[in-house]
Every structure is written in structure tokens, then in C-alpha cells.
Design a protein around this ligand. Sequence first.
Ligand SMILES: Cc1cc2nc3c(=O)[nH]c(=O)nc-3n(C[C@H](O)[C@H](O)[C@H](O)COP(=O)(O)OP(=O)(O)OC[C@H]3O[C@@H](n4cnc5c(N)ncnc54)[C@H](O)[C@@H]3O)c2cc1C
Length: 400
Amino acid sequence: MIDFSFTENQLMVRDIAREIAVKVIAPNISEFDRAHKMNPEILPAMAKANLLGFCIPEEYGGLGTDYISLGLASEEMEYADTSARVILSVHIGLYSLPILAWANEKQKQKYLTPAAKGEIIGTFGLTEPAAGTDVVGIQTTAVKKGNSYILNGEKMWISLADVADCFLIFAWTDLEKKKQRDHSGISAFIVERDFDGITTGSIHGKLGVRAGNTGFISMQDVEVPSENLIYEEGQGFKIAMFCLDQGRYTVAAGSCGLIKACRDACINYSKERYTFQKPIAEHQLVKQMIANMEAGYEYSTYLWMKAGWLKNQGKRSTKATSLAKWIACREAEESAANAVQVFGAYGYSDEYPVERFYRNAKGASIYEGTREVHTLMQADYVLGNRVDTQLEKDLPVVNQ
Ligand SMILES: Cc1cc2nc3c(=O)[nH]c(=O)nc-3n(C[C@H](O)[C@H](O)[C@H](O)COP(=O)(O)OP(=O)(O)OC[C@H]3O[C@@H](n4cnc5c(N)ncnc54)[C@H](O)[C@@H]3O)c2cc1C
């Protein structure tokens, strides 16, 4: 049976997210975006509403919701601004859910429960100055010394780098395998901001997501207790891919919020702007652009909902999530470009939000797997070069 209706719980969560988006994020987003600053009220507001504990069971201080609710909230957040959705992507998708699936009980108590309650913020450190797509090109090392690992390396383009309290860091524990580029030599660690040898900073001059923090994490002889190793040595690559499965899902759903924001802005503007003595909404080529936004929104929504449905069932969703992310980001980029077009010269100025949508949309085709990566993944699935098997660790099944 296919059921496209949302449950009362899902709608309730969506409405909570919408309220924060409307009351806290939207009113002054232009100012924060222009100033390249994060609105300091967003994280406390999300924590107060329990939105930092999405999909985390109540026993770990979470909201205990399902994945469709997380998708709906991602859409609401990104309708207001991409930077707000990024918080859900990294804190929930790339940090909390992987800890829920892969960490031991002691680690969950220490690093998941406070994250779910919004007492600490987590993020994900995989990318480095010389390695993004090419994960085995990372240079960060973690050398065992007694009951600790000594971490050295540089992480780059990390969302919330200057804000988060804890980082899920990927590093080589097997230096021989590093030379051979064998990903089974990579491990995952939880690293606290307060550990000696950590410095972070923000990247300036970004094209988009300007109201969000993106930065670097530098690690110099950072002593990380062995008990902060997630799961087992050599499982880091697998864990990183698992993280991306969750983060990408929020990017896919969030991109639908961006498409909708483009569509709604164009609906309003095209009815008010006149050329040749009629509203531009009556010109067929303008209608075409708005129709494309609507179509992109609809089919992108179905794709992330399918991935969310699989996640709710505890089924592996890598293929569905990758497809949803690829297509939603592509449609968001096209919708934002067309939104600027519909607004004409006004779209080219920050007097209206569509130029921000355009700048923000670009990033999503780069992070969490570039559009080229997702294109290749989809081809490889159908060509028989790639198959998803059930993972040894996965998210718990949840009720809708
Ligand atoms: C706003 C923002 C936030 C981010 N947040 C985080 C974060 O929180 N944590 C984190 O770890 N990272 C983060 N990233 C980094 C992001 O994940 C990387 O930028 C991404 O993985 C791409 O890596 P790269 O930039 O090094 O590009 P590269 O890997 O150098 O790729 C450059 C180009 O070559 C193409 N390419 C590369 N290899 C292939 C191939 N085999 N076949 C075809 N084409 C190929 C790519 O698609 C791309 O077009 C963020 C990036 C941005 C922009």
C-alpha cells in the first residue's frame, strides 16, 4: 500500500520547525547573510523545541521521531535559509545518527544524550585541504600511544567548525594501508573541542550559506583517549559513508524547501510585475519556469520520501538517498537560477531573496557527494557494479 499522507506526529513536528523558521530565522536572515554571521538565536531555539534530538530515541534524550519528520523539518528549515537546514544535516545526520548506530553505550551516554538535548553540538570532519571526493586521499593520522591515539591533520570545509563542541573525525590508524590507499586503514574518533592541540577557524568569502559557519579544524598532536574510537579500528570509511547516507537525506529534503521558496517568491513577484500591460505571470515563458519549479518540487519530494520510508523500515537506503539528493539539488539549482530570471534585474540584487537562494543552491551540488559522484553511483547501480547489502550496524526501525 502506498500512503502519501502524513501522520499527526509528523505534521506536529513539521509545524514546530515551521514556527522556528518563520519566527526566528526568516525575519532577519538577509542581515545575517549579508554580515556572514550565524544568528545566535537559532541553536537555542532549536534546542528548546527539541529539534536537535531528531530521530534519537527518548532514552538518549531525543525527540524519538521518524525519518519522514526529519525530512519535513529539513524542508521547513531550508525554506527559510539553507544555513538552518545545515544544522540538522551535520548535528543530526552526520554526527548523532552515526553515533546512535555505531557507538558503544558509554559513548552514547557521553556524546549522544547531551547532543540530543542540545547541550552540545556535533559536526563531521572528513574533508581536508587536498581531499574531498577522494576520501582515501586524507592525510590525517591517528597513531596509537598507550591508551590514546595521537591525531595530526587538517580538516577543511567543515560546517559548524567554529561552533561545534565535538567532531567526528576520520583518520588513518594503519599507515601501511594509507600508502596503499586501502580504506580499511581509516578509523573514526570523537574529538572534543577542548582537547589540547585543537584549533578551529572560519572560512571567509563563501559564495553561499553565509549565515552559517563553515571552517577548518587543525589537529596538532591531539591526544584522544582510545575509548573515543568509534566501533573498531579500520571501520572509519564504512562509518563515514553511513554518515553521508543520513546527511544527504536532509540535504535532499532541504533542497525541496529551497525549490518551494523559489516557487513562492516567483508566484508573488510575477503577479505584481507588469510588462506589456499585463502581469509577467501571464507570459507563457514565465509560466514555464514556475511550472518547472513545481514539477521539480513534486518529484524531488517523492524521492526523499521513498528514502525516508526505507529508513523508517530499517532498510538500507543508500541508492534511494543518493538519487534523492542528486535530483533535489539539481532541481534546486535550476529553480534558483530561474527564480533570478523571473525577477529580472531585481533578482540580481539582494533586495529580494532569490539571489541568496541562487548562491545557496550551488553548495548542495558540491557537499555530501558532488553531483558527479551521485551520477556515477546511479550508473554503477544499474550497470551492476554496485550493490547495497545490509550493514552490520544500522538505524533502529521507527514508528511513523
Ligand atoms: C558549504 C560547504 C559545507 C561543507 N561541510 C562539510 C562538512 O561539514 N564536513 C566535511 O567533511 N566536508 C564538508 N564539506 C566538503 C565537501 O564535502 C567537499 O567539498 C566535497 O566532498 C567535494 O570535495 P572537493 O571540494 O575536495 O572537490 P574535489 O573532490 O576536488 O572535486 C572537484 C571536482 O571534480 C569532480 N570529481 C572528483 N572526482 C571525480 C570522479 N572520480 N569522477 C568524476 N568527477 C570527479 C567533482 O565532482 C568536482 O566537480 C563542505 C563543503 C561546502 C562547500
